[in-house]
Design a protein around this ligand. Structure first.
Ligand code: NAY
Length: 294
């Protein structure tokens, strides 16, 4: 499981000027992150605006990233979609493209019983030979993975981990304690990277890593070498930046993409109903970028 241990940015949706998925921009972002030294990429998740994209668009993003990075980075495909049918189609496609692992949120919108959630994940898992990483993100899906369902899913040897984005660090401790060494637990909340790692997460996947990879890489280095006071200081810096990213008119991802654009990596804007950045905020965004690069 070592290939999953490290800093794994959640990959952004890369659009052209007409709100279409851009091959060139997708590949550019992948190369940019590779050159920063990240361990892998989590493609097509929350930060990939998966919920706003057609299955065709999601397939194209999966393909462009694989074409550039297969064999170079650990590639995890998020394939969760509203219907089981679409999720399975994405899973099969990711498997053909040579992804290392699959991942999926639970079913969204309708409140389904755990038996349906179990069946949904199991059908995705059974559709390919790839390992599977459960994605627990209750603040957006409305479902918080229970210990009971976690244990049941672990009976399937293809389930190798959980990406836990719930806020209690306790959840990470529980999943790691139950999963043990054969299971990899990813820290989800970027604001708690250091605490997540210390309480049991083996690695991290996050939506703000790609705009400040250096800071997460250094936080990881400090944690893994026991420099805890230093790691706490980096976490504080990260959190100041995340709060600033969320303090403007545009959605956090729009602000992040504007920063990337200033840095020479244009990945377009966000898809509506997420809001783009506004002219009045551009100077403030420059300031955030300067803070990241201090
Ligand atoms: C993904 O799938 O894109 C992610 O891993 C993003 C998870 C993010 N959580 C939410 C609720 O969006 O990384 C976090 C989040 O962006 C970060 O903690 C900043 O709040």
């Amino acid at each position: 499981l070592n290939k999953y241990k490290g800093v794994i940015p959640a990959f952004y949706a890369c659009y052209d000027e007409n709100d279409g998925v851009s091959e060139e921009r997708t590949k550019n972002l992948a190369v940019y992150l590779y050159e920063k030294g990240v361990k892998g990429l989590y493609v097509g998740g929350s930060s990939g605006e998966c919920i706003y994209q057609s299955i065709e668009e999601r397939k194209r993003t999966l393909k462009y990233v694989a074409e550039k990075m297969k064999g170079k980075l650990t590639l995890i495909a998020h394939v969760g979609a509203p219907s089981t049918k679409d999720s399975v189609a994405l899973a099969k496609y990711a498997s053909e493209l040579g992804y290392d692992a699959l991942s999926a949120i639970p079913p969204i919108y309708y409140k389904l019983p755990e038996s349906s959630i179990y069946t949904y994940w199991t059908k995705i898992i059974d559709s390919t030979e790839l390992p599977f990483i459960i994605y627990n993100i209750p603040q957006t899906t409305g479902y918080n993975l229970s210990i009971n369902l976690f244990e049941r899913l672990l009976e399937n040897k293809k389930v190798i981990g959980v990406k836990n984005s719930s806020m209690p660090a306790l959840d990470i401790e529980r999943f790691k304690t139950i999963g043990g060494n054969n299971v990899i637990v990813f820290n989800g909340p970027d604001e708690q990277y250091v605490s997540g790692r210390l309480i049991g997460a083996d690695a991290g996947i996050g939506g703000t890593y790609a705009v400040m990879p250096e800071l997460f890489l250094i936080a990881e280095e400090y944690v893994s070498t026991g420099r805890f006071a230093d790691s706490r200081a980096v976490q504080r810096e990260i959190n100041n930046i995340i709060i600033a990213l969320n303090s403007l008119n545009g959605s956090m991802y729009a602000v992040i993409k504007q920063i990337l654009k200033i840095q020479g990596v244009n990945v377009g804007s966000v898809r509506e109903p997420m809001s783009p950045v506004i002219e009045d905020d551009l100077a403030k965004i420059e300031e955030i970028r300067d803070n990241i690069n201090q």
